[in-house]
Design a protein around this ligand. Structure first.
Ligand code: FES
Length: 94
């Protein structure tokens, strides 16, 4: 659940994750925007094929790696901007 009062937010923006459209707020992290939209599964472990998502939220664990406009980045360190194309690293590079 998002905090709705007493917070300065960016404008609502649309972005995609694995081809599905989501809405978040400009400037929040991609990981948080997806989590707030109900998407916690960002990729699968290459060895165990278990689901992975946010863990440290400070760029250390790399559990949240995703493709963003063709670059592999931690979703928790990627600020959300309009029309961002995000995909799971379980998929081939875009
Ligand atoms: S949650 Fe650990 S690097 Fe993103």
């Amino acid at each position: 659940m998002r905090i709705t009062k007493g917070v300065a937010r960016g404008e609502p923006v649309s972005f995609t994750f694995n081809g599905v459209s989501y809405t978040g707020y400009a400037g929040e992290s991609v990981a948080c925007a997806l989590f707030a939209s109900g998407m916690a599964h960002l990729r699968d472990s290459p060895r165990s094929h278990q689901p992975r998502g946010m863990f440290c939220l400070m760029g250390s664990c790399q559990e949240c790696l995703v493709w963003v406009n063709g670059r592999k980045v931690p979703a928790c360190q990627q600020p959300l901007v309009a029309s961002l194309q995000v995909s799971s690293i379980s998929n081939e590079a875009p």
